[in-house]
Design a protein around this ligand. Structure first.
Ligand SMILES: [Fe+2]
Ligand SMILES: [Fe+2]
Length: 296
C-alpha cells in the first residue's frame, strides 16, 4: 500500500490565503478535530467485485478507522449496470452510498433504485426529467454531514449535459448543506477529470475519477485543499481487460465483430482511495490509493 500524501507537504501555511472562506487545514495536530475518513471504492465489477467488497471492507473499515464508504456500482450486475439486488449486496457489505456512471440504464431493474433509494446517486448531468438524483447528503450520528455528488464526462462518452456548469451550481447548493463534499467524476479523459478537480479545488473535499478501471498514480492534494486521483481503478478480477475476459475483447479489436464480454475470474483486487478530511474546513488532509488483494 502506498504511503499517504501529507497535506502539509502540498499545502503549507504560506498558501492558506487561497483557502477562501475556509479554515486552514494545515493547523498543528493538537488544533485539529478528528478527521472524517472516507473510503471510496472504484467500479465494482460483477460477483467477484461484490465478493471482494463483502470480504475486505470490514477489515479495511477497522484497519483505517473508516467513517463513511462510497462505492461506484455501475458494473456490479454481471459487469453491466446495477440492480436492487446487487445494490443490496453492497449496502449489506458496509457501503453507505453508491454512485454510478454510463452503465446506469444497462439493467431495467435500476428504475427501482432511481425512484426510491436515497443512498443511490446517478450522474447529475443527465437531461432534465431523468429519474433519480445526482447527489445526496449522508448523515450519521456523531459525524458531520457528507455530501456525495456524481458527475459524468462527455469526452469519448455518450452525450450528456455539460458537467462543469452542472457541478458549479450543485456544489454551491451542497456547500449550504455539508462541509465535507465528495465528487465521483465518471469520465474517460484524464484532461476532463483534472479540469473538473481544478475548477472545484477549494470548494469540495475530493474529486476522484472513475470509469477507466485503471488506477492512476497521481494522488495529490490540490493547492486549495481538494484531494484528487484521476482514476480509482476497479474492484474485481484483474487478470482481464477492465474486468472482462480479454480473449473476446482481443477478437473484437481484431475483427470488429460483436462479442460477449463475460466477467473474468481469477486474481481479484479491491481498489479505491482513502481520504482524510478536516470536518471544519472540508479540506482534505491526506489521500492514499488502496489496492487490496482478495485471498484466493
Ligand atoms: Fe463507466
Ligand atoms: Fe465502470
Amino acid at each position: 500500500m502506498n504511503e499517504p500524501l501529507s497535506c502539509a507537504q502540498y499545502c503549507p501555511r504560506a498558501r492558506q490565503d487561497k483557502h477562501i472562506a475556509r479554515a486552514c487545514h494545515c493547523a498543528t495536530p493538537a488544533d485539529r478535530l478528528k478527521a472524517v475518513r472516507l473510503l471510496f471504492i472504484g467500479d465494482v465489477v460483477g460477483a467477484p467485485g461484490r465478493k471482494a467488497v463483502a470480504s475486505l471492507l470490514p477489515g479495511l473499515r477497522q484497519q483505517h478507522g473508516v467513517d463513511v464508504v462510497v462505492a461506484n456500482g455501475e458494473n456490479s450486475a454481471g459487469g453491466s449496470g446495477i440492480t436492487p439486488d446487487t445494490a443490496a449486496d453492497l449496502f449489506a457489505a458496509g457501503v453507505d452510498v453508491i454512485t454510478c456512471g454510463d452503465h446506469l440504464f444497462d439493467q431495467p431493474e435500476v428504475a427501482e433504485l432511481l425512484d426510491s433509494e436515497t443512498r443511490f446517486v446517478r450522474p447529475l448531468n443527465h437531461p432534465p426529467g431523468t429519474p433519480g438524483q445526482g447527489s445526496t447528503v449522508w448523515e450519521h450520528p456523531g459525524l458531520p454531514a457528507v455530501a456525495i455528488l456524481n458527475l459524468q464526462g462527455r469526452t469519448f462518452m455518450p452525450p450528456m449535459e455539460n458537467p462543469f456548469h452542472a457541478a458549479r451550481a450543485e456544489v454551491k447548493r451542497l456547500r449550504g448543506l455539508a462541509r465535507v463534499i465528495f465528487v465521483d467524476m465518471h469520465a474517460e479523459a484524464t484532461s476532463e477529470k483534472i479540469a473538473m478537480a481544478r475548477m472545484l479545488d477549494g470548494q469540495v473535499s475530493a474529486v476522484i475519477g472513475t470509469h477507466t478501471h485503471v488506477q492512476t498514480a497521481d494522488e495529490q492534494i490540490l493547492p486549495g485543499g481538494t484531494a484528487f486521483l484521476c482514476d480509482a481503478g476497479f474492484t474485481g478480477p484483474h487478470d482481464s481487460c477492465l474486468g472482462r475476459d480479454y480473449e473476446p475483447v482481443i477478437r473484437r479489436f481484431l475483427t470488429g465483430a460483436p462479442q460477449r464480454f463475460h466477467v473474468a475470474r481469477g486474481r481479484v483486487l479491491l481498489q479505491g482511495a482513502l481520504i482524510e478530511i478536516d470536518p471544519e474546513s472540508g479540506c482534505a488532509r491526506s489521500i492514499r490509493r488502496i489496492s487490496e488483494p482478495l485471498a484466493a
